[in-house]
Structure formats: structure tokens, C-alpha cells
Design a protein around this ligand. Structure first.
Ligand code: AHR
Length: 504
């Protein structure tokens, strides 16, 4: 039988709440329809934000929301999205479906959404096609509390108080859609642009995110750190020159070109997909090793601000809208990935699931006035207890390797944390589509009680929620465990994600 040994005496790094962050881009029906319907809509809303969506997201304790892109960010000119809506410029969203972007959702609307969600702000600036002045003025517009051209403009647009920017991205994917730059060129541009991301609010300095690599592009990580960080004076390095370095990784079961279907897959593709989700561990480790070389004190956090599954768009939908279904396979991708982030909480400080509503591995799907929660939503909900908790030392043994000859994966993955009240959260995944997994959990101490046990599972690996059957996959109570003074014995059904809450 597999065994999980937990040493609750050994607290490791804190799991920052922002590791459970989200991403919303001006892409397909994520912002428009999915989140923002405008205040004249018949769909119930508060200041244009869908009430059903905001309420569901609040249950997830969304800690941070990245906006406006993505590739869209490096084509976004923020002044087009302020002032009276009827006067706002219309543009073509060239990246995503060639549709008209009417800019009715802009800076004020984003800040209102974050206010309603009670989350931190992560604004992604335009380095690819915008000027230094434009980026600098946006920061001034949002955060300066005084008399200045941009602060006055904000006030004239109805918002006297400045907002707070918690995180600011200096460009997005500048190795690709954000300008096709080399690491050295971007590294130098980063140095210049970030200089003018001014900290007007001295008490709450903006944390700057430098554009990191795509997948396994270690050359990029090396080149950018060398150019933008290593050549920087030591005192500057310590004063917010670069607070985070990003990493983007998507799981495409059949590769980037073919991608594969979100709902139609066989056993082999199941294991291949989960094997690719597990690859996140290697990526974080190897990029982290390069970061360790330049930043041994781990001052720069890794920011995996785009992760998740990316399949072929649902048949009959605009391929540029990246709308896909979400099955129990996606629940496992989320469970596996979040366990990896927890385990690397000494380096991974921010992450954002792509994307929040109606795009890629969304937590919510909408159709007109209807909204459904996906299997991924329920996993994010169960894992919310890890936010702000301390990672605990834990080790698995006796776990079978399962899958196909080419795609071998461990049957179980886990991570464990302890919150401020001493409650331990254990999150477990059974990756097998064939067999249940027995697991014995032991602690350093004795006499632990289970205070809550929840599960997301379905015997059918294709199970999903639809607008006709919105609750096929949902979180429910988990009862298949026994407790003794020595520990807990669990039987995890196949295709399952489990969260146990345990205390003395
Ligand atoms: O999330 C969809 C797209 O994926 C983003 O716009 C881009 O940054 C990435 O390539």
C-alpha cells in the first residue's frame, strides 16, 4: 500500500495566496458576456459585472486577477478604454477572432471588478507596441494621489481616489506575440520600461513582473536574467527592479498544432495529458535552477501567470475564441499542477489559471443568462485552504507507476500545508482511470481528527458539466477513510481529487 508520511513539525515555505490567481483577457467571451454584460443588461449585474459570476468567484477566494492580456496586452492602448463609453474607440482584436473591441471594459471597469471580488490587481502593460510614456502615464493615472495630468484625467472620469496596483507586468510573451524579441533585446527594454513604472504610493510599492520563458526556453531565462538582472547594481536589485519572472506553460495533449479534443479522448491520451501536466515540475525546477544561479536568495518570485489545458476549440464556435469544455481530466490537471506549485512554494509565488471564464481551462462557463461551474472550479475551491498556509514536509512511498508504455505517471500526487489555526490540508490525486488507490497517511504526532473530507470524482473519465446537466461533476463529501491514533487510511476512487482537513 502507498504511504504518505507528513512531518507537521517541519514547516517549509509559505504558499502565497496569489498562487491561486486567475487571468482574464480580452479574448472571446471571457470579459464580454462572461464577466461584463454592461449595466443595461437583463442579466443581473452590479455596475455591469454579472452577479452569478462574481458570487461564484468569491467562493473561490480569488486572490489576484491578471488583465488585460495575454497577447492582447501588447496591443492595448489604455486611453482607448477610459472616459464615456459611447466615445471610446473601437478597434479590431487581431489576435483573437478579428472581432470588434469596443473598449467598454477598461481600467475603471477592471478596478471595479477587483473591488467586487476583493482581490489584488495585476495589470499587464504594453511593451510590444506601446511607448514608455504610455506605460508610465497609465501607472500615473491609476495610482497617483495628487495634482498631475493623469491624476486629473482620472478624477475627471469620475474616480477621485487612486487605485492600488499590486503587480504590474512589463510586457507579455515578448519572445512571441509581444514583439518577437531576443532575450537580450527584451532584457534591455525591460530595464528601460520598468524605470518609469513609478511608485507613487510609497507604502504599497508596485511589484514588477518581467516577461519570462515559454515552456522549456531556458535560453530565454538565462538571457533575460543576465541582461536585466545580473548587470544591475546590487542596491537596485533589492529595490523592486524585478520582483517576479514569469513562465507560461499550457498542456496540449496532441502538441501545439493539433492540440486534441477537450471531450473526446482515449485512455492513452488521458495518461499523455496527465504526463504533460506533470511536466510542470521539471519546468519549475529547471527554470528555478537558473534563477538560483542569478538570485540565490530567491528575491525574485517565479510567476506562472498562464497555465492550464489548451484544446481545439469546441466545434461550431469561433476558433479564435478558445472556448473549450472541461472534464474530470481537467480536474486532475488542476489538482496535479496546484500540488506542484505548493511543493515549489519557495520559488513559485504567483500563478494564474488561463483563463477565468469561457476561455481555455475556465472555472466558469456561461451561455446567455446561464452559468455553470466546471470540474476545475471545484478543484480550485477545495484547494483554497492552501492559500497563505505553510507547506509541510511530506513524502510518498510505494506509489505504483501506471499508464501506457510511453506515458508512465505516478498513480498518486499530493501536497500538504498547515494554516494559521493549525489545520492541515492534504490534497491528493488518483490519476488512474482503472483502479482505486489505497493510501496510509502518517504524521509525526498522533491522534489527528479529520474535520472535513471532500472529493471531486466521476467513474466516467469524460464526465463534465453542461448547461443541461450542470452538476454532473461536483464537490461532495468523501467518506472512504478510517482514522486511528496512528494515522488515516484512505481509499481514493479512480479519477479523483480529494481534500482532507485534519487537526489534533
Ligand atoms: O491565454 C491565451 C494566450 O496564450 C495569451 O494571450 C498568450 O499570452 C498565450 O500565448
Amino acid at each position: 500500500m502507498a504511504k504518505l508520511i507528513i512531518n507537521e513539525e517541519n514547516k517549509k515555505s509559505r504558499i502565497e495566496p496569489e498562487v491561486y490567481g486567475h487571468f482574464s483577457e480580452h479574448l472571446g467571451r471571457c470579459i464580454y458576456e462572461g464577466i461584463y454584460v454592461g449595466d443595461h443588461s437583463e442579466i443581473p449585474n452590479v455596475n455591469g459585472m454579472r452577479t452569478d459570476v462574481v458570487e461564484a468567484l468569491k467562493e473561490l477566494k480569488v486572490p489576484m486577477l491578471r488583465w488585460p492580456g495575454g497577447c492582447f496586452a501588447d496591443e492595448y492602448h489604455w486611453k482607448d478604454g477610459i472616459g464615456p463609453r459611447e466615445n471610446r474607440k473601437k478597434m479590431i482584436n487581431t489576435h483573437w477572432g478579428g472581432v470588434v473591441e469596443d473598449n467598454s471594459f477598461g481600467t475603471h471597469e477592471y478596478m471595479e471588478l477587483c473591488r467586487q471580488l476583493g482581490c489584488k490587481t495585476y495589470v499587464n502593460g504594453n511593451l510590444g507596441s506601446g511607448t514608455v510614456q504610455e506605460m508610465s502615464e497609465w501607472v500615473e493615472y491609476m495610482t497617483f494621489d495628487g495634482v498631475s495630468p493623469m491624476a486629473d484625467l482620472r478624477k475627471a472620469n469620475g474616480h477621485a481616489e487612486p487605485w492600488r496596483i499590486d503587480f504590474f507586468g512589463v510586457g507579455n510573451e515578448n519572445w512571441g506575440c509581444g514583439g518577437n524579441m531576443t532575450p537580450e533585446f527584451y532584457g534591455n527594454e525591460y530595464r528601460r520600461y520598468q524605470t518609469y513604472v513609478r511608485n507613487y504610493d510609497k507604502k504599497n510599492p508596485i511589484k514588477k513582473v518581467c516577461c519570462g520563458a515559454n515552456v522549456d526556453d531556458y535560453f530565454w531565462t538565462e538571457g533575460v536574467l543576465k541582461t536585466a538582472f545580473a548587470n544591475t547594481k546590487e542596491e537596485d536589485q533589492q529595490h523592486g527592479f524585478m520582483d517576479y519572472l514569469s513562465l507560461h506553460y499550457y498542456v496540449h495533449p496532441e502538441g501545439w498544432k493539433i492540440k486534441g479534443s477537450s471531450t473526446d479522448f482515449n485512455d492513452e491520451v488521458w495518461y499523455k495529458t496527465l504526463g504533460k501536466a506533470l511536466y510542470m515540475d521539471e519546468l519549475v525546477t529547471r527554470h528555478g535552477t537558473i534563477m538560483d544561479y542569478y538570485d540565490p536568495e530567491k528575491e525574485i518570485g517565479m510567476c506562472v501567470d498562464e497555465w492550464g489545458s489548451w484544446y481545439k476549440a469546441e466545434p461550431g464556435t469561433n476558433p479564435g475564441f478558445l472556448y473549450q469544455q472541461n472534464t474530470i481530466r481537467d480536474a486532475l490537471i488542476a489538482g496535479i499542477t496546484l500540488n506542484i506549485f505548493n511543493k515549489h512554494s519557495d520559488r513559485v509565488k504567483i500563478a494564474a489559471l488561463a483563463q477565468m471564464v469561457n476561455v481555455l481551462q475556465a472555472v466558469l462557463l456561461t451561455e446567455g443568462g446561464q452559468m455553470i461551474k466546471t470540474p476545475t472550479y471545484h478543484v480550485m475551491h477545495m484547494y483554497r485552504h492552501h492559500q497563505g498556509a505553510d507547506l509541510l514536509e511530506s513524502a510518498l512511498s510505494g506509489v505504483s507507476e501506471i499508464g501506457t508504455e510511453e506515458w508512465q505517471v505516478p498513480q498518486i500526487t499530493e501536497s500538504v500545508s498547515m494554516d494559521q489555526d493549525g489545520v492541515i490540508t492534504i490534497t491528493l490525486n488518483n490519476l488512474s482511470i482503472e483502479a482505486a488507490a489505497d493510501l496510509e497517511i502518517q504524521f509525526a504526532g498522533r491522534d489527528y481528527k479529520v474535520t472535513e473530507a471532500r472529493i471531486v470524482t466521476d467513474a466516467d473519465m469524460h464526465a463534465m458539466n453542461t448547461f443541461e446537466a450542470p452538476e454532473q461533476v461536483k464537490e461532495s463529501d468523501f467518506t472512504d477513510y478510517t482514522v486511528s491514533p496512528e494515522g488515516i487510511r484512505v481509499t481514493m476512487p479512480r479519477n479523483s481529487v480529494i481534500a482532507l482537513r485534519v487537526r489534533k
